[in-house]
Design a protein around this ligand. Structure first.
Ligand SMILES: Nc1ncnc2c1ncn2[C@@H]1O[C@H](COP(=O)(O)OP(=O)(O)OP(=O)(O)O)[C@@H](O)[C@H]1O
Ligand SMILES: [Mg+2]
Length: 315
């Protein structure tokens, strides 16, 4: 649905976006994750035909953003970093105005406005002046203008910024409910947002793509090995000897916990096989008790820091 090929944007000597390529399948939610100044907004502005690229191409629903901007704009709903809402207008008059610009016929405008207000839960605020609304509600009006013509593709630049935790959850749920029927790219600095909302993540830093994958795969790959945490009861050395018999175990760290004969073990294993059940069996067959067992995952936050700071060191 979206194909980005070697996209580059230069501002003087700076490359804000540097040979970026990625694809988004129909119905998918892609997270665009990167620190400040990474190039997220710039890429989104190119995709939505607000900014020409210096090099490379981008296509939305098969239409080139440069050659066929009208076709692209018709299919895209864009929530920019700063929602384009007018403080002196009421919600209804603003959304009617947007509906008109987006080419919705006069007979259908009222219905589109009602439907979209319901979707972003601002139904009872139609007559309110936008200037009198809180930041979170203004953001919802911004989302409403992006959704009003029921576009196939949504480009959302930090859609949850400035919202309170309840509103964040509502907006995330709303975005998730739109997946499948819509293709969505959203940018964020908020890491949990990506794992909660997105099926795939593009990590971008200094204009370059550092990684494209599912949140789970990114975590696994960056980790290199797997770690398993176990609390078990019995003679620590004997338990360690049992664990060592399992093929694929690379290292074991153990330390006694407060309780009598209870120790914790952090076991490093090869990445390719999940050894949790084999290790558990070897301990139990040795006549020891397991009190707790779980795999220790790197958080996406660790992955993000690792990926973006590795690059800074190299530069
Ligand atoms: N109009 C402009 N003129 C010159 N440089 C610009 C312009 N717009 C953006 N840049 C530069 O391009 C780079 C990428 O900016 P961009 O706004 O795309 O980053 P971002 O990932 O959206 O960051 P943030 O998370 O802060 O929103 C930055 O170095 C920025 O200073
Ligand atoms: Mg930005």
């Amino acid at each position: 649905m979206i194909e980005v090929d070697n996209l580059t944007k230069r501002y003087g000597d700076t490359k804000a976006v540097d040979e970026v390529s990625f694809q988004v399948a129909k119905g998918e939610i892609l997270g665009f994750l990167g620190p400040n100044g990474a190039g997220k907004t710039t890429t989104m502005r190119i995709l939505t035909c607000f900014l020409p690229a210096s090099e490379g191409t981008a296509r939305v629903a098969g239409f080139d953003v440069f050659d066929h901007p009208m076709e692209v704009k018709r299919r895209i709903g864009y929530l920019p970093e700063h929602p384009p809402v007018y403080d002196e207008m009421t919600v209804n008059s603003y959304l009617n105005f947007v509906a008109k610009i987006k080419g919705i016929s006069p007979g259908e405008r009222d219905k589109s406005v009602q439907d979209v207000k319901e979707k972003v839960r601002i139904k009872e605020y139609g007559n309110k002046l936008i200037g009198h609304m809180s930041k979170g509600f203004k953001q919802r009006v911004g989302l409403a203008q992006a959704l009003i013509h029921d576009p196939e593709v949504l480009i959302l630049d930090e859609p949850t910024v400035g919202l309170d935790p309840n509103q964040i959850k509502e907006v995330r749920d709303l975005i998730k409910s739109l997946s499948g029927s819509h293709t969505i790219i959203l940018s964020t600095h908020i890491l949990p947002e990506v794992s909660m909302t997105c099926e795939r993540v593009v990590i971008i830093s200094n204009g370059k793509i550092k990684a494209v994958d599912t949140p789970e795969n990114l975590t696994r790959q960056q980790q290199g090995t797997q770690q398993i945490y176990i609390e078990a009861k019995g003679a620590s050395l004997e338990i360690q000897n049992k664990i060592k018999t399992v093929e694929g175990v690379l290292d074991i760290e153990s330390k006694p916990l407060g309780e009598k004969e209870v120790s914790q073990f952090i076991i490093e294993t090869e990445l390719k096989k999940d050894l949790r059940s084999t290790i558990a069996r070897s301990i139990i067959e040795g006549g020891f008790e397991i009190l707790e067992l779980h795999s220790m995952k790197m958080s996406l936050e660790d992955v993000f820091t690792q990926i973006t700071t590795q690059e800074e060191v190299r530069n």
